[in-house]
Design a protein around this ligand. Structure first.
Ligand SMILES: Nc1nc2c(ncn2[C@@H]2O[C@H](COP(=O)(O)OP(=O)(O)OP(=O)(O)O)[C@@H](O)[C@H]2O)c(=O)[nH]1
Ligand SMILES: [Zn+2]
Length: 208
């Protein structure tokens, strides 16, 4: 977007819980200790490489591809067109239980003079998924980041989450899904636009 646009400031909490450096050796050591603590023999054949595998996974989880500057293209005369990108499924980790959550993300925005490269919405979602999260914070962080990049608050983000901590343990409700919606600018003030976004964003969730 052009530099003349007033970009919203990144929210204070944007960096909250951002990933730190993973000490792979220490993680592997701790996983070995964990195996021993649950009564396993970390040296037995099937488990001997497990600490290193788990440590490698933690490292890759916290080190998504470095974020690049999202590509934007000049595209005039779109006159209030609504753009919705849906079906962006990412995996994150619940910060309360360290169990996976699947987050199905849909983004809506109204381009003003420029459009953003479609894949960049997915990259932003991946960037904020690659850390310990709660769904509500993830939803807001993705919306805030897109608003900064496009230089406008006319952004809405809807997320449908499947939390293993709720389906595979605890209350064990396999069908439970959590939907969060963050709306800014015109999506907050224009009920028709908001409804159009929600209809398109939740289409595939109703079909599922
Ligand atoms: N709001 C919110 N809650 C979450 C999210 N992920 C997990 N939780 C909840 O975090 C809560 C943690 O509650 P605790 O009572 O401390 O933990 P717990 O004893 O393991 O709770 P149960 O899951 O009910 O067994 C649980 O209710 C989870 O469902 C999230 O993304 N958003
Ligand atoms: Zn959890």
């Amino acid at each position: 977007m052009t530099d003349t646009l007033d970009r919203p400031a990144p929210s204070e909490s944007q960096d909250l819980a951002s990933p730190g450096l993973v000490d792979t050796e220490r993680v592997a050591d701790l996983v070995g200790q964990l195996l021993a603590a649950i009564g396993e023999d970390p040296g037995r054949e099937g488990l001997s490489d497990t600490p290193a595998r788990v440590a490698a996974w933690w490292r890759s989880f916290f080190s998504p591809e470095p974020s690049t500057t999202p590509t934007c293209f000049t595209e005039r005369h779109l006159s209030g067109q609504l753009v919705v990108i849906g079906g962006m499924s990412v995996w994150s980790l619940c910060e309360h239980h360290l169990l996976p959550m699947n987050l199905d993300v849909a983004v809506g925005y109204v381009p003003d003079g420029e459009v953003m490269g479609l894949s960049k919405f997915g990259r932003i979602a991946q960037q904020y998924a690659g850390r310990l999260q709660v769904q509500e914070r993830f939803t807001r962080q993705v919306a805030d980041e897109i608003a900064v990049v496009i230089g406008s608050n006319d952004v809405a983000v809807a997320v449908r989450g499947t939390h293993l901590c709720m389906s595979a343990r605890g209350v064990r409700m396999e069908a439970a899904r959590t939907t969060t919606v963050q709306s800014g600018g015109r999506f907050e003030n224009d009920p028709v636009l908001s409804q159009q976004f929600l209809t398109l964003a939740t289409d595939r969730w109703r079909a599922a």
